[in-house]
Every structure is written in C-alpha cells, then in structure tokens.
Design a protein around this ligand. Structure first.
Ligand code: SF4
Length: 382
C-alpha cells in the first residue's frame, strides 16, 4: 500500500539501524522518550529496541489518551451513564478502563446502563438526533487530535438546536504533559529519568504544528523530533535525535514532513479556540494534577457541558495499589517492573489503564515483548 509499505522496508530499517549504531558514541548513554503510545506500539510491534545499540534507550511516555484518564473521571462517566434515561456515547477503548471498586463502563453496561460505543463524535450527534426524548452525553477523551471533532460536534449541536446533547470533556494537551515530566521531582532532583530528547507525536502535530515544542528545546535544552508511526519514521527520528545530541544541538526537527508544518492546521485550531478554553487544572493518571493541561467548554457553549448540566463534582480516587501505571507513564518504571504484569493483569483482565489500549505500554509489551522476559528453557529433542 502506498505510503505504508515504503515505511516498513526491512532493508532500509537495517540501514538506519547501522547508522544509529555507528553514530551513537559508545561512551555515552542516550535516553529518549517516545511521548506517544502510537510510537510505543510501533517500537514493540516491530522490535525496534532489538535493532538499537544498548546505550540507546527508549523510555515510554504518557501519550496514550486512555492510559492517562484518572479513575475519578471514569467514575464520573459511570455516574452519568447510570442516570435513568441517559445514553452515554464513548470510544470503545474507554469501556474497559478500570474504575474504582472493580467497576468499568463495560460492567456498568452489563448492569443495564445505556452505554454505546461510537467511532466518532458525529455518531454521538446522530444518536442524539435519533433519540430526541433521551439525554445523550458524549464522553470525549484524547489529545489535540480528537479535540477538533468534539468542537465540531458541539457546533453542530448548536446549529441543529439539539437540547438533549452534551459533552463530558476530558481533552488534554501534549505540551503541558511534556513540561510536567521535565519539571517533575524525579527528573529535576533525583535524576531518575535522565531524558535526553523526545520523539513528538505526528498526529497531534498535524493539528498544533511543531512550533509549541520549541519551548522545550529552548527552555530545557532537550531536542524534539516529530515523527510518524511507521517503523522507519521512528528509526529515522532516533537517528536525528542521536545526531542532535552528538552535535550539542537542542532543536525541534520534523521527520513527518509529509503532514506536519510549523503552524499546524489553522482551521482545526480555530474550531478548538471557538469552543474550548484552558482548564485551570486537570488530574492525569501518573502525573497527578497538572495546571493548564486540559480543556473545558467555554461559557458560550456551557449548555453543552455535561459537567455543568449534571453538576458533576470531581473526586480523585487512588489507583489500585498493585498497579505501577503512574510510574510507567512518567517513564520511571517499565511494564516488567510491575509484579502483576502478565499474571493478574492481562489485556483480558486489565488492572490498570496501561493494559487496556493497544497504545498502552503494558498492553504493547504484553502483545509483542513479554516472552523476552521469560528465561528460555532448553528442551531436549525427543
Ligand atoms: S501490568 Fe497492569 S497493573 Fe501493572 S502497571 Fe501495567 S496496567 Fe498497571
């Protein structure tokens, strides 16, 4: 398929791996964070770590929209879905994210709540139009990629005069999360996450552009390379980061020139600016409360804000004690550091959010990398 096969070419991958191995200085350690779960998935699926020299280390970041949803937000969604007559529309991945007391949206649905899986915000609008006598809430999650479609849904609802539609807004912002990771005590004081550079997400950057990352390069002296999600994209980005670090540069570079510009998508940004404003603070799973890291619906469209309409009060709830998602999302630990990885916690029975979506670090490692952690036992031929 055009634009996919070209970026999965084995010979080119070996060529890039050779260049990384040659150019990575043997006396130096390179600790590179792939911010986005899409990159984590690609690194696990295509075995990219196995192609890198031992001193080039990839660290998982928090860029998985399902993974960073805190327990309290899932509890609020369940609370909404449990209201008589209300329909909750949501993306499929949120259904299995563990809530408090062993619950989840899937279990709430099994108990009788009317929860419907949708592919887009437009599907939620359709449900509202088809059910004028029912209240319909769209459980909106995601980074800057999914925010413009939610803005469009709210503008459509306003244009259609839909009085039975509202949005439970949980949209979060990539640059704020990166800043939080770099500001966290582990990074600043303890040095336990010595991050040398970042791979930035392609899809988010098609919307916001590469310009918002320039702050990190300048303020924190960390290079950023925006990259696509195919294996050659990721390997090219690693090579570009190694080169920047070798040359003492900290710049924003764009590997994904086929879709990302410095300015981003002006039309999408204008839609978001019309409907949303910065939220003073938002709790992230793993990062805790992060100031100005999420969006809320503007006063002008408050009638479509489910939090205001239903008087939702946010209650922070601690993660399951056994779960290390928080540390994994900050890059401090890896999936295999969790005692219940692959035993009690599996994709069929996720204990934490990182095991739910294919973009979650634990799910990716379970699907593609877990057998490397199991000692090989030689079996004599019969
Ligand atoms: S393996 Fe499960 S419980 Fe452990 S950190 Fe990952 S999601 Fe959490």
């Amino acid at each position: 398929m055009k634009y996919i096969d070209e970026f999965r070419d084995g010979a080119l991958a070996r060529h890039l791996a050779g260049a990384i191995a040659r150019e990575a200085e043997p006396t130096r350690h390179y600790s590179l964070m792939e911010f986005c779960g899409g990159h984590t998935h690609a690194i696990s699926r295509y075995g990219i770590k196995d192609l890198l020299p031992p001193n080039v280390e990839m660290v998982h970041g928090p860029g998985c929209p399902v993974c960073v949803l805190p327990v309290g937000r899932i509890d609020s969604a369940i609370e909404l879905a449990s209201r008589p007559g209300l329909i909750l529309a949501t993306y499929a991945d949120t259904m299995r994210v563990p809530a408090s007391k062993g619950s989840s949206l899937l279990k709430a649905k099994a108990r009788g709540a009317d929860i419907r899986m949708v592919y887009s915000s437009a599907d939620a609008i359709r449900i509202a139009r088809d059910n004028p006598e029912r209240e319909v809430v769209f459980f909106a999650i995601g980074f800057e990629t999914t925010t413009p479609p939610t803005a469009v849904a709210i503008l459509d609802a306003a244009a259609l005069g839909l009085g039975n539609f509202s949005v439970f807004c949980n949209h979060v912002l990539t640059p704020a999360a990166i800043a939080n990771i770099l500001e966290s005590p582990e990074v600043r004081d303890l040095g336990t996450v010595p991050l040398d550079g970042f791979i930035g997400p392609a899809h988010v950057s098609t919307v916001i552009g590469s310009q918002p990352y320039e702050y990190f390069a300048e303020e924190y002296g960390r290079p950023v390379v925006i990259a696509g999600f195919e294996p050659l994209d990721v390997m090219q980005a690693i090579l570009m980061l190694v080169r920047q670090l070798n040359e003492g540069r900290a710049e924003v570079e764009n590997e994904f020139t086929r879709a990302v510009t410095r300015e981003g998508n002006g039309k999408a940004k204008a839609l978001v600016a019309e409907v949303f404003e910065l939220r003073r603070s938002f709790e992230w799973r793993g990062l805790g409360e992060v100031p100005y890291s999420a969006l809320q619906i503007k006063e002008k469209y408050r009638r479509f804000d489910a939090e205001a309409r239903y008087g939702l009060e946010y209650r922070s709830v601690a993660d399951n004690k056994a779960c290390e998602c928080g540390a994994i999302l900050r890059g401090v630990k890896k999936p295999i550091d969790c005692k219940v990885f692959g035993t009690v916690c599996t994709p069929e029975n996720p204990i934490g959010s990182c095991m739910v979506s294919s973009e979650g670090a634990c799910a990716a490692h379970y699907s593609y990398g877990r057998f490397k952690d199991v000692p090989v036992i030689a079996v004599a031929a019969p």
